[in-house]
Design a protein around this ligand. Structure first.
Ligand code: BES
Ligand code: ZN
Ligand code: ZN
Length: 500
């Protein structure tokens, strides 16, 4: 999809469709009012009759029959006026773009910089709407055999952009494209099955991304991992024929200031290992590398955008399978840095690989650590598929990550790491055990990681509930969501001193 800028108004643009937004229980205003006037009040009558409700992401496609130069008007809902924020705009734009694309529209116009009433800044609106369009237009999965190539939405026109504002908008458009495409790149990786994404192929993928976006990359294989002492990552990978890898990406733009490490859980498949999972839903554990995909995509985007910040991407990649060589419950592992871990469940493997990866990022001089991981089923119980769980050891940095999440349109909610929870990880034979029992499972997972962050500022984002959508939504197809990608990019922008 190409994004173009035009000074034309909704009443002048002659493509396949124009998109206008409405809120619940209100007469059309702004671009919707302009379209309504040309249509002889049709939109207003449909609103009055309750056929257009303005609910979040509801899309109504009207044919203009020559009353407007565009062939169709798509009226999209932003929900209740008090909920009509940038997140609502993202979803609405995704839903409209998807619905129009599926009806064969190739050229679509929108005045997204004016879509929200009130205080939202034009460039924030534009960025949210454009990113929403990219997310909406992603089709998901591999194509089935024998299917014809479906038609794509080719041109998205930002209308009502006079020459001066066009220049300022060009930078926003470019950033939105990089961020939108990074999100969809992460989704593609996560949707791929585990026979196509292995620790080795993930490393090859990282090398490709690095080449394309100007990052440095290094891939550590078992002999080096052994030499360095990454005993936890090695143990998790032992049951698989596919040996583990530690993938390290570097984006060096600034040699002073913070060095932020993005650490992503890269379990290309999580069967649970010897503590094997039940059959139901096990196939979805191909998505247990969603954190790694987010880190890889965000690092690539930071490279492409040449963000002025020093970044590290660290991805521990492994496959968790049961076999005669697999690690066992009861085993005691020594992680990088020397802490010992009693394995209670081989299914709590994410925290083990992350322990080593966090330790390695610290050895590389990270001043800030953010890990992104499909870490706990308990997080799905606590926050559902709506919000990611956030924990950390540094209030200021936690706030920075929450703020980045908000800007990125990813819902996040902080959970407490009260000291009382730490006791659940006490072990009689090692420094800590890898499971803290059923209560507060997401928090004890967070506490485990905290032990390996030491005194480095660290934030943990548990995306177990948000990385995968079990059904089609108006604004996105079912499957991988790219969770974490946009938050990491927004954080990098923030650390670079940009507007994000
Ligand atoms: N990858 C899973 C967590 C998960 C569950 C992600 C559901 C997405 C959806 C993780 O490795 C795991 O199995 N965690 C265990 C931890 C427990 C043994 C302490 C869990 O959540 O049950
Ligand atoms: Zn597991
Ligand atoms: Zn897992």
């Amino acid at each position: 999809m190409e994004i173009r800028l035009s000074a034309e108004s909704v009443a002048e643009y002659g493509g396949d469709a124009v998109v206008v937004a409405v809120v619940e229980k209100a007469a059309p205003s702004g671009a919707a009012a302009a379209a309504d006037e040309r249509l002889g009040g049709l939109i207003g009558r449909l609103v009055a009759a309750g056929e257009i409700k303005g609910k979040q992401s509801e899309v109504t496609i009207l044919h203009t029959q020559g009353k407007l130069p565009a062939a169709r008007v798509a009226v999209v809902g932003l929900g209740r006026a008090e909920d009509a924020d940038l997140l609502a705009l993202r979803g609405a734009m995704g839903a409209a773009a998807r619905a129009l694309r599926d009806r064969g529209c190739r050229r679509v116009g929108v005045t997204c910089h004016q879509a929200l009433p009130g205080t939202a800044r034009a460039e924030h609106c534009m960025r949210a709407a454009l990113e929403g369009a990219y997310v909406g237009l992603y089709r998901g999965g591999e194509r089935k055999s024998g299917q014809e190539l479906p038609e794509e939405l080719e041109e998205l026109w930002l209308l009502g952009m006079a020459e001066g504002p066009q220049e300022a908008a060009a930078a926003v458009v470019r950033t939105a494209r990089v961020v939108g495409e990074a999100t969809n790149y992460a989704r593609r990786l996560v949707n791929l099955p585990a026979n196509q994404v292995t620790p080795r192929s993930l490393a090859e993928e990282a090398v490709e991304v690095a080449k394309r976006t100007g990052l440095e990359v290094e891939v550590l294989e078992p002999p080096q991992l052994r030499e360095l002492g990454l005993g936890a990552l090695l143990a998790v990978g032992e049951g698989s024929e596919q040996p583990p890898r530690l993938i390290v990406l570097r984006h060096h733009r600034k040699r002073t200031g913070p060095r932020v490490a993005f650490v992503g859980k890269g379990l290309t498949f999580d069967s649970g290992g010897i503590s094997i999972k039940p059959t139901d839903g096990m196939h979805l554990m191909k998505s247990d590398m969603a954190g790694a995909a987010a880190v890889l995509a965000a690092m690539g985007a930071a490279g492409e955008l040449k963000l002025e910040v020093d970044l590290l991407g660290v991805i521990p990649a492994a496959e968790n399978l049961p076999s005669g060589r697999a690690y066992r419950p009861g085993d005691v592992l020594t992680a990088l840095g020397g802490k010992t871990i009693e394995v209670i469940s081989t299914d709590a493997e994410g925290r083990l690989v992350l322990a080593d990866a966090l330790g390695y990022a610290r050895q590389l001089g990270a001043s800030h650590l953010v890990d992104v991981a499909t870490l706990t089923g308990a997080c799905v119980v606590a926050l559902g598929h709506v919000a990611a769980g956030v924990m950390g050891n540094d209030n200021e940095f936690v706030e920075a990550v929450l703020d980045a999440g908000e800007r990125a349109g990813e819902r996040m909610w902080r959970l407490p790491l009260f000291p009382e929870y730490r006791r659940q990880l006490d072990s009689k034979i090692a420094d800590l055990k890898n499971v803290g029992g059923r209560p507060a499972g997401t928090i004890t997972g967070g506490w485990f990681l905290r032990e390996f962050a030491g005194d480095t500022a660290w934030v943990h984002i548990d995306i177990a509930g948000t990385a995968w959508s079990e059904q089609d939504e108006p604004h996105q197809v079912e499957g991988a969501t790219g969770a974490g990608t946009r938050t990491l990019i927004a954080l990098a922008e923030r650390m670079a001193g940009g507007t994000g």
